[in-house]
Design a protein around this ligand. Structure first.
Ligand SMILES: [Zn+2]
Ligand SMILES: [Zn+2]
Length: 114
C-alpha cells in the first residue's frame, strides 16, 4: 500500500516532510482519504495535503522493527542507527531474510536528513 499526497501539490519540501513523518513505528491516522485502484494494480491512498495525516511517534524508539516487541531501550543497527532490535536473533532475521543489508545504506542517508 502506498500513501501519497495529492500529486499536483507534491514538492521537495513536502517530500522531506513526508520522510520525517513516515518513519518505522510511527502510527499514522489519515483524515478524509480517498482511494482507487490504478492501472498498475496497487491500491493508493491519497490525501489533499499533509495536514490530513496525523502521526503518533510516541512509540518511535520503543518497538523492535522485526517482531514488534516493546522495550524501553533497544539497540540500533550499527550501520544506519535507524533499525532497532530486541535481540541478536531479530537483527539476524532482518539482515538475512528481510534485506536490511540492502537498505541499510539508504537508511543511513535518510538518517542524515532528519
Ligand atoms: Zn524483536
Ligand atoms: Zn542498518
Amino acid at each position: 500500500m502506498i500513501i501519497l499526497p495529492y500529486s499536483s501539490r507534491f514538492d521537495k519540501d513536502d517530500l522531506l516532510k513526508m520522510m520525517k513523518r513516515f518513519r518505522p513505528n510511527v502510527k499514522i491516522s489519515i483524515a478524509s482519504p480517498y482511494t482507487w485502484m490504478t492501472e498498475f494494480g496497487p491500491m493508493l491512498i491519497a490525501v489533499d495535503g499533509l495536514e490530513h495525516v496525523k502521526c503518533d511517534d510516541s512509540m518511535i524508539d520503543k518497538l523492535c522493527h522485526v517482531c514488534g516487541k516493546e522495550a524501553k531501550t533497544l539497540p540500533a543497527c550499527s550501520g544506519c542507527k535507524m533499525a532497532l532490535y530486541c535481540s541478536k536473533e531479530c537483527q539476524k532475521i532482518d539482515w538475512n531474510e528481510l534485506n536490511h543489508e540492502g537498505i541499510c545504506k539508504h537508511l543511513k542517508m535518510y538518517a542524515n536528513l532528519l
